[in-house]
Design a protein around this ligand. Structure first.
Ligand code: HGY
Ligand code: MN
Ligand code: MN
Length: 378
């Protein structure tokens, strides 16, 4: 049996290998069931089968490797990325699952690589995990993309009765563990998040002949609103609000913007605060809600078991809330779910500078092995 450090090196190598599967040469971009996901599935299937798993791809494009029979623990994360991403967000959690199965755990395990969590291609996140728990939104484009990938969207993508709990390893994607110089964190809860599309209507006109005072410039209206978003969020402790996308129409240098579409991503640990602030920010603007996920506590017994495994492997226990959304918040609706964070050096994520320390991966493998040694299906 290889040492945890040897396995950690291989796990990081595999993440870097999957990072080469991209829609955009020179950057890591892999959206829902895009062409490079075929190469990802080929590699992941090879590693899963070499680890003794039976592999299938379900009707939502999730790749799933099963080790052993009957009631089992699911370990996984997502295989899609944001545009110009790092190489570890999501992917590391799937590779950790495969590495833990390579250690021949005493319990049955299902490793899953979810087809989509970020919500980049169709604006709706968690397509893979929501299909698994039966809460996927219907969206014609999604079914067409599944068929174009060579799958049947009517094929089963359900969790099944044998999965009794869900465990996700993920980089923290923030600065907390790095600042505390800790390798690992046990997630107690995941903040709730809402996503909206906000529209501003103006009047397109000639940039050279239209006097400033008579303009109805949609982008100026959007800019003033974005300033309000920041001011409102700064005034509310623990709340984050982001305008990450801006579409300007018609989008020509010499035309006054006639229309603007902006995204809004707003998050807080308390759903009531998030909803109250969202109402304030969206007052008087035309908006459509794209997705909404309530704040989700992790399963107390599994959190406790993770803390015990962290302690038993000689690491300091740090319990924390996740500001990032994860598939664990979807699976938690059906089975006990828990997450173990690995330090994000520099707190960098959703950026090519995202990284992970090999020794932290080794520590997480030791914790996961300890947890699997003790875990038994309820
Ligand atoms: O947006 C998020 O929190 C996650 O990275 N999808
Ligand atoms: Mn992400
Ligand atoms: Mn992620």
């Amino acid at each position: 049996m290889r040492t945890f450090l040897q396995q950690a090196r291989e796990t990081v190598r595999r993440c870097r290998r999957l990072a080469e599967c991209t829609e955009e040469p020179g950057r890591i971009t892999r959206t829902f069931l895009s062409a490079p996901m075929h190469d990802v599935h080929t590699l992941v299937r090879t590693w899963m089968e070499a680890a003794g798993m039976t592999v299938r791809v379900d009707g939502a494009g999730n790749i799933r490797g099963t080790y052993g029979e009957g009631p089992r623990l699911m370990i996984g994360s997502h295989l899609d990325t944001v545009p110009d991403a790092g190489g570890f967000d999501g992917i590391l959690g799937v590779m950790m699952g495969i590495a833990l199965v390579e250690r021949r755990p005493p319990c049955s395990v299902e490793v899953v690589g979810f087809s989509e969590e970020e919500g980049v291609r169709f604006g709706v996140p968690f397509i893979g995990s929501r299909a698994m728990v039966g809460t996927r939104e219907f969206h014609k484009g999604i079914d067409d993309a599944i068929r174009a990938f060579g799958l049947n969207p009517r094929d089963d993508a359900g969790l099944g009765d044998d999965v009794r709990a869900y465990l996700e390893f993920h980089i923290e994607q923030g600065p907390v563990l790095d600042r505390k110089n800790l390798p690992l964190g046990v997630v107690e809860a995941i903040v709730g998040q809402s996503r909206y599309t906000v529209r501003f209507a103006g009047e397109a006109n000639h940039a050279g002949t239209t006097p400033m005072k008579t303009r109805a410039d949609a982008l100026v209206a959007a800019a003033e609103w974005i300033g309000l978003v920041r001011k409102t969020a700064l005034a509310e402790p623990g709340l984050v609000a982001t305008v990450g996308q801006l579409r300007v129409y018609p989008g020509a240098v010499n035309v006054i913007p006639g229309a603007v579409e902006a995204s809004l991503d707003i998050r807080h640990a308390d759903d009531r605060v998030r909803d109250r602030v969202a109402r304030r920010i969206l007052k008087g603007v035309e908006c459509a809600e794209r997705s909404k996920q309530p704040a989700t506590p992790m399963d107390p017994a599994m959190v406790q078991a993770l803390c015990a495994a962290v302690k038993a492997t000689g690491n300091r226990v740090h319990r924390m809330v996740s500001g990032a959304g994860h598939d664990a918040m979807i699976l938690a609706a059906k089975v006990p779910a828990a997450m173990l964070f690995l330090r994000s050096p520099g707190g960098i994520s959703h950026h090519p500078g995202e990284s992970v320390r090999v020794e932290d991966v080794a520590a997480a493998l030791a914790v996961g092995t300890r947890l699997l040694d003790d875990w038994r299906p309820a």
